[in-house]
Design a protein around this ligand. Structure first.
Ligand SMILES: O=c1ccn([C@@H]2O[C@H](COP(=O)(O)OP(=O)(O)O[C@H]3O[C@H](CO)[C@@H](O)[C@H](O)[C@H]3O)[C@@H](O)[C@H]2O)c(=O)[nH]1
Ligand SMILES: [Mn+2]
Length: 735
């Protein structure tokens, strides 16, 4: 890599800018903090005396406000020093045109029902067609579902790619996931040559998709197809998802240049199917386990120094994304220390007002960039480029930036040789007695392997970056019904609280290794679960005490009312402004408020309880896969932005119960004001305000209980249960 042009090589390949207006923001924060402290002071000064009704509630409210306040302080760390990254692709291409590193791309799937093979291969095809030298690309699909349906789909995709890749490159097609591309409106003339090609490739795609779907519906691959590919022999011995040998199959072998070419004679990227061994009694450690198997298997086959890791629903939306990411790794000055480049998680299936608040725009635009400002960019599991070396080793500043000639490994070896050498690396027993899952690869022990792995990488001295490009690099599928959305949050939340309670707690593990701001930034997420406690306190206590005529907040006329009103208003206005600036709609922001409340009072709470159980050794970690399919009726409601309940899940009973409790509280308050007049209003305004907010946020819940007749409503049994529970809650004795 001799510098051809001194001056040019001095230019960095990326730059980092700090967001403006931070001084003003810090001033604003300081004022809000004063308000929060005044609230605490008020609570401490006015504790009701022994024997007075409301004393316990008062103490509860005090704790809730202390926890909310402290949590708020953490969230400021994530906004204190927001940084933006800008890579310079053009400089990269000038300087490294002949010395680009190999890149291995890992796609993970785990279940052919929840993650249909046709979805998986769309992701695979999108990454096979990157604008990157194909002989430097290796695509690996890890199938934890060990399904012949998925292998079949991948074989079909490898054939189709011979037409798809040249078509994409010739016509600069975007995005390169065929399903998404063909579903888009197009504005070309139907007489053109392009139209002909378009139609022929589209037909080819549709045919392939229908073959794959037929096989999926039948639930097995027919004998005729099986006879054509010896790969299916692996399934002959009656293996199951939980009990099977390692399967490694190189479907496109790039060293064999005569076969690995597309219809125009250009090389194709390598394509490998992997299903790591599973045996009863051996923990498989979910996605982390499959990533580690991928790391090892690929090291035997292509061993690229850069790895891109994607979930099976995350197709590539930008054919040049690899080049962007490489700007970070190849930067002469700072590149060596960069372990991974994390992109935000974006979705393709959002609706206008984002009813389940999947987009999390403020999180991806501000919070993660703010934690990056403290050098703590999180690894969030998908859409992340890794430096292979950093996944298992310490940063060593003396090591030269070298991309070992990876293809050497493959030279002179047949596909069979490579497969045979790789298989044992995916066996259950391989990791026994090794550092895999601890010091090497992704860290085991929970359902959010990503966050904790990122933390350990940083603590080994690496400096990851978070890069949020204006054009989405990857797009995935977010939950499309409330239960799935809440279950996903519960999994995250539980995994993250477990990290906090383990030796990996950032304040302990990261002490002296990463900045305090980064430690705090991590805890914004790791402490979601305990945040449920103050939330539950706020949705229950004010309403219940309102029903007993016990005031819990200062009177409107009192000066002490000011900090409460101010903190509430300041935070609401801030969050609204932030949301709108990040591109939320007004209703989108409101939906986010609802989802935040629902998550905090259900997912976070269950995660808290389950973590406690686990700490006591009463249960084991599980991974509830996010469902990526929906039926047509539900799809209609999703597109109309009507919340999908549709079951008597305990989560919905809880949501409905709180909706009732606050409705009763508010109703009683209004009645009181009606009969007693303004004096009651002054004393109970804040309490009625809290109830009123919960009621407003829950409006769709009342609708789903009483007005809707579709399948997505809350079933009567759940309504009945929650009504009974709410009534009991309202009449229990209070102290
Ligand atoms: O045993 C398993 C379980 C899951 N997966 C894969 O992991 C990915 C994520 O699963 P999904 O159900 O889509 O979960 P999400 O909540 O959408 O995933 C986020 O959260 C997970 C941690 O909870 C991370 O692993 C993911 O990368 C991150 O995108 C999918 O590709 C799965 O196929 C496996 O490979 N093996
Ligand atoms: Mn997902």
């Amino acid at each position: 890599m001799a510098p051809s042009n001194e001056e040019k090589n001095d230019n960095p390949l990326f730059k980092t800018k700090t967001a403006r207006g931070r001084a003003l923001y810090k001033l604003f924060c300081s004022i809000v903090f004063v308000g929060i402290v005044l609230i605490w002071v008020y609570r401490l000064l006015h504790i009701p005396g022994a024997g007075v009704r409301g004393r316990y509630a008062w103490v509860g409210m005090f704790f809730a406000e202390v926890l909310f306040g402290l949590y708020w302080v953490l969230t400021q760390a994530a906004r204190w020093r927001i940084v933006y990254r800008y890579p310079f692709k053009d400089r990269l291409l000038c300087r490294h045109v002949d010395s680009l590193p190999n890149v291995d791309i890992f796609v993970c799937t785990a279940d052919p029902t929840l993650e249909p093979p046709s979805l998986v291969i769309n992701t695979v095809l999108s990454v096979m067609s990157y604008n990157y030298p194909p002989d430097k690309l290796g695509v690996y699909l890890s199938d934890d579902g060990c399904s012949e349906l998925t292998l079949y789909a991948l074989i079909e995709a490898s054939d189709f790619s011979k037409h798809w890749i040249p078509f994409c490159k010739k016509h600069k097609i975007e995005p390169r996931a065929p399903e998404i591309y063909f579903a888009r409106k197009n504005d070309f003339s139907y007489e053109s040559d392009f139209a002909q090609e378009w139609t022929s490739v589209k037909n080819m795609y549709e045919d392939m998709k229908s073959r794959i779907d037929t096989v999926r519906v039948n639930g097995r691959v027919s004998k005729e197809i099986k006879e054509k590919h010896e790969g299916f022999l692996e399934w002959d011995s009656g293996i199951t998802k939980q009990d099977h040998q390692s399967i490694v199959q190189i479907l496109i072998d790039r060293s064999n240049s005569s076969k690995a070419v597309d219809v125009d004679g250009n090389k194709l990227p390598m394509l490998v199917y992997l299903s790591r061994e599973k045996k009863p009694g051996w923990p498989h450690n979910f996605k982390a386990g499959s990533m580690n198997a991928l790391i090892r298997v690929s090291s035997e086959i292509s061993n690229a120094p850069i790895i891109l890791n994607l979930d099976c629903d995350m197709y590539s939306n930008d054919p040049d994304a690899i080049n962007d990411a490489l700007c970070f790794f190849l930067d002469e000055k700072r590149g060596r220390q960069i372990s991974y480049v994390q992109y935000p998680q974006r979705f393709s299936n959002f609706t206008k007002n984002d009813i389940y608040a999947n987009a999390a725009r403020a999180t991806f635009q501000n919070e993660l960039a703010g934690i990056d400002g403290f050098g703590g960019a999180l690894y969030i599991g998908t859409g992340c480029f890794h430096r292979r070396e950093s996944l298992s080793g310490k940063y060593n500043e003396n090591r030269r930036l070298e991309w070992n000639d990876a293809d050497d490994k493959m030279k002179g070896k047949t596909v069979k040789d490579l497969e045979t050498a790789a298989k044992p690396l995916a066996d259950c027993s391989y990791e026994k007695g090794t550092q895999w899952g601890k010091e090497m690869g992704l860290v085991y022990g929970g359902s959010v392997e990503d966050i904790v792995t990122g933390l350990t990488i940083q603590c080994r001295g690496w400096k990851p970056v978070y890069y949020n490009p204006s054009k989405n690099a990857f797009q995935g599928i977010g939950p499309t019904n409330l239960e799935v959305a809440l279950v996903q949050f519960k999994r995250w939340c539980e995994g993250m609280f477990q990290i906090f309670c383990s030796k990996y707690c950032p304040f302990v593990y990261g002490r002296g290794k990463i900045k305090l701001g980064a430690q705090m930034g991590y805890c914004v997420y790791l402490l979601w679960a305990p945040l449920s406690l103050p939330t539950l306190c706020y949705v229950v206590v004010p309403a219940v005490y309102l029903l007993r005529d016990v005031p819990l907040f200062p009177e409107v006329s009192s000066l002490w009312f000011v900090p409460f009103a101010f903190v509430f208003a300041a935070r609401t206005i801030y969050s609204l402004t932030e949301g709108l600036m990040c591109g939320d709609t007004l209703r989108g922001w409101w939906n986010l408020q609802r989802m935040t409340l629902f998550r905090r009072m259900t997912s976070f709470f269950f995660a808290f309880v389950d973590t406690m159980y686990k700490l006591l050794g009463l249960s084991e970690t599980s991974f509830d896969l996010t469902d990526k399919v929906m039926d047509d009726e539900a799809r209609g409601r999703y597109e109309d932005e009507i919340i999908e309940f549709g079951s008597s899940s305990v989560v919905f009973v809880m949501i409905a119960t709180f909706a009732f409790v606050n409705l009763f509280g508010l109703g009683y308050g209004i009645k009181k004001v009606w009969f007693v007049g303004s004096e009651a209003l002054a004393r109970f305004a804040a309490q009625m305000g809290v109830c009123g907010l919960v009621v407003m946020v829950s409006l769709p819940v009342y609708g789903a209980m009483f007005l809707r007749r579709d399948k997505g409503r809350i079933p009567f049994s759940a309504v009945f249960k929650s009504f009974v529970i709410a009534s009991i809650v309202c009449f229990i004795p209070v102290y």
